[in-house]
Design a protein around this ligand. Sequence first.
Ligand code: M6R
Length: 614
Amino acid sequence: MCGIVSYIGKKDPVPILLKGLRRLEYRGYDSSGIALLNEKTLHCIKRAGKVSDLESLIDDSPINGYCGIGHTRWATHGEPNDINSHPHLDHTKKIALVHNGIIENYDAIKEVLKSRGIPFTSDTDSEVLVQLISELYYNSNQKLSFEDAVRAALQEVVGAYGIVVLCEDEPGTMIAARMGSPLVLGVGEGEFLIGSDASPIVQYTRNVIYLDDNELVIINDDNYSISKIDSKNIVTKTLTRIDLTIEEIEKGEYPHFMLKEIHDQRHSISDTMRGRFNLNDGTTQLGGISDYFSNILLASRIYITACGTSWHAGLIGKHLIEEYARIPVHVEYASEFRYRNVIIDSNTILIAISQSGETADTLAAIRKAKELGAITLGICNVVGSTISRETDAGIFTHTGPEIGVASTKAFTAQLTILIMLALKLGRKKNVSKKRGKNLIRALRHIDQDVVSILKISHEVKEVAKHTYEADNFLYLGRGINFPIALEGALKLKEISYIHAEGYPAAEMKHGPIALIDKNMPVVCIAPQDESFSKILANIEEVKARKGIIITITDKINYSLKPLSDYILIIPNTHKHVFPITCSIILQMLAYELAVFRDCEIDQPRNLAKSVTVE
Ligand code: M6R
């Protein structure tokens, strides 16, 4: 949520900042801006809209400097307009700040500053912080240095922040600090970058340091030092090498990141599984959790917590873990879990699932579970992310960067890990080697299955062509495929703005069936497993009410054909692998519907990729 990039070094910062902002645009795209320091003055240029709008502005009136900060915004306080865009300047126009997060006590501080005659221009909480720094720097009786003014201001604010600040009177100095919102320092040859993630940094250096909460970094010409915000004692941190490639964070020949990431699943699921099978023994190896494996086996209960798509993965995880390992699993939205009187003790395991590893609610849920004595495990995609560092142990999904706001390959990677975890636990209990081998065989075949699914994209397009004008969609699934119905509906809502609901197929007759008429497309997930006859009956119910039936199945079936208006047949696979393959065809359907509706697929309105505020 909001992207930050900053540069200090010998190169022209403008192209570095603009390219960085384009790479960060997936974190927010309401407005963007940059502030630059040259020998004498601070220049700030910002604008509502996309980074391309900012680029046109800079093309018309070029600016330069030797260091700079940039920001792309996802609005929280104050509507997305030019004035509320970042960077924010103090009233002397000598200090510039970019901020990701929320300053919760901004109102109280603003009142005090206003009573001292300080004029405010924006509606944002972020401007309060830069005005406070300015007040402490220029007007405090204690004659604070710039660094001390920043530290003092940060100790007065309550909330979450990742900030970078520049001051005209302290040329050559850049200060960044983190409390709750991620920041990464890139350490190059005679140059430093700061990003809200590594994507704007990787082109210039692979050596990074992930800042932790309550840490502040001061970059002074050729040096940097990291300390706590509230003490000047140096904190020693190790450099981490990131293995991200530029190709991974660019669209290449694809029109959208979402489509690229759907196609990536030809190999990304195998990347997730690589080196983690033990075929001879019909089990899996998950080194990241080995220290806690016996605790999981003996756990009295497991909580899975997550948000959005990752929460849907959690629902499937419950199904799998209960099926294979016979351990009770509760799945909770992190935003609910964090405020609920949950029952947790030292025999409880909490599994947090998060692509970004930065989702604020999920992180808060982990912290709560830890406090209550649970062992916490993470299933994350982003290496170095806060969740992956704060959990006791975890498993990386290794699916590569996911840039499209709608999660696709990260979801199938999460499902893959959950299958592998359930199987590993199950094999230590009563699951036979033969059963394990069968499941592994199906997983190992998945690359070919994905290729076959992608080959029917013309059929998916045809369905989209005839249904894209619908105002509502229903998605029905049973058992392990009910969460896939939820996920299919979420994908559609996010990127095409069509209202969609996922429902357990048999529940439909307890309410939603009232919605069905000749204008309602109903996506029916109908694998030919033991639930088939039941779902067939549910499809009949939709047919009787003249709904438009779009069936997803895994074998040609003669009773399904006459019932379905459209039928999409995906490869037959193991019933616990089917949710993965089925979700891919639903991703394709949502994508094609959004294309027909001419939507901004990678940057859907009101959304951001990584939700780092509550
Ligand atoms: O990074 P996380 O997995 O923690 O993100 C959780 C949700 O914000 C995310 O899955 C969101 O629902 C996606 N936009 C769905 O496509």
